[in-house]
Design a protein around this ligand. Structure first.
Ligand code: ATP
Ligand code: MG
Length: 355
């Protein structure tokens, strides 16, 4: 059997990148919980979904269409697979970018079996024509197949057996309202608590056949940015470290040593994140400073700072975006082990942060 932890084909992503690396899918898949009951965290979505699925099973009908939204790595694909599993239904997987033409979608729709779950990942990236075809199909279970070309082309309506669309998106705001309205249930996934991540990690350490201490698991959970995909990735590195050093248990020391080696600090900041904080606090006295200037100071593209480092720094309250640029919060200095300067109002230029 192949070792799901062998990621030799993986493009080294940033260790704390929430987006899956090239070739990381296999390792992800090996750790996906298969049933709702195995899912840790997202209690609300899990309970709501459980009800929706149970009701459908009792009616003996396919479940309502489900839309899953939320940041990368929180379990949308996992949930889509669980939905099919719980319904005992076959699963068809495709994604918005794979559907370039309405005809691509028509081909998929017209070959669905009754009750089949059609998982449409990145549904916000479908073409407009496909979107329109999709929401008609979702509502009426019908698709118009166009036969022929040019003036002689005719649309032949084709009845479809009832099926369930599970759409996943990181950008639900980009979905046109008519499409969004066709989903009977929308589950919004949120970042996980450290406690939930610890349950996931403990389970996965076991799956991997490695022993772990609660302290070791907690240490990894705290650095995982609320994201199971990151937690699993850190777990793999800590496991590597433990094995190479001849330890058979994931202890707190192992987690600390391994994650220090990979430059992931106590709250999950990596080298770039810390460089941004240091530049902000030390070179620009806490700001506000323009993004481009800040990026030059850390030797990165403005785009990288904005899309890679900034979201988590803002989310964790280390940095704010103000009308005059980026500014550090007192928490930034505290994280760097320093006293924040005494007049924070001056630093924010008396302006409220942008939402
Ligand atoms: N609730 C959970 N319990 C246990 N493991 C989870 C949970 N959610 C996600 N995971 C793990 O995290 C990994 C990433 O999850 P998944 O691929 O479902 O995320 P996603 O939301 O589809 O991300 P993307 O937006 O990048 O497609 C999976 O391999 C899975 O093992
Ligand atoms: Mg996914």
């Amino acid at each position: 059997m192949s070792d799901p932890w062998d990621l030799s084909g993986e493009e080294a992503p940033r260790l704390v990148d929430p987006v899956a690396g090239e070739g990381e899918g296999a390792a992800d898949a090996a750790l996906r919980p298969k049933r709702l009951a195995d899912l840790a965290g997202q209690d609300r979505v899990r309970d709501q979904l459980s009800l929706v699925l149970e009701a459908a099973r009792r009616r003996g009908a396919p479940a309502d269409h489900v839309l899953l939204s939320g940041p990368p790595g929180l379990g949308k694909t996992t949930l889509a697979m669980i939905i099919a599993g719980e319904m005992g239904a076959p699963l068809r997987i495709t994604s918005g970018p794979a559907i370039q033409h309405a005809g691509d979608l028509a081909a998929i729709l017209s070959s669905l079996a009754e009750g089949e779950v059609l998982f449409l990942d990145e549904i916000h990236r479908m073409s407009r024509a496909a979107e329109e075809m999709l929401y008609l199909a979702m509502e009426d279970f019908r698709v118009d197949v166009v036969v022929g070309k040019g003036p002689g082309a005719t649309a032949i309506p084709l009845e479809l057996p009832p099926f369930t669309v599970v759409g996943a998106t990181t950008r639900s705001g980009l979905l046109p309202a008519p499409l969004r309205d066709r989903f009977g249930f929308t589950g919004h996934l949120d970042y996980y608590t450290a406690g939930d991540l610890a349950s996931i990690l403990a389970r996965n350490a076991t799956l991997l056949g490695v022993e772990s201490d609660a302290d070791g698991i907690r240490e990894i959970a705290g650095r995982s940015r609320g994201t199971p995909r990151i937690a699993n990735r850190l777990l793999r590195r800590v496991r590597d470290w433990s094995q190479v050093h001849g330890h058979h248990r994931i202890t707190r020391e192992a987690a600390q040593e391994a994650l220090a080696l990979f430059d992931v600090d106590l709250v999950g900041l990596d080298r770039l994140d810390r460089a941004v904080l240091e530049a902000l606090c030390h070179r620009f006295d806490g700001g506000p400073v323009g993004l481009t200037t800040l990026a030059v100071a850390v030797g990165e593209e403005a785009d990288t700072v904005e899309t890679v480092a900034e979201p988590y720094l803002v989310r964790e309250g280390f940095m704010v975006r103000t009308p005059r640029g980026r500014a550090a919060t007192p928490a930034a200095w505290q994280h760097l082990g320093e006293e924040p300067p005494s007049s924070p109002a001056g630093r924010f230029g008396q302006q409220p942060p942008l939402a």
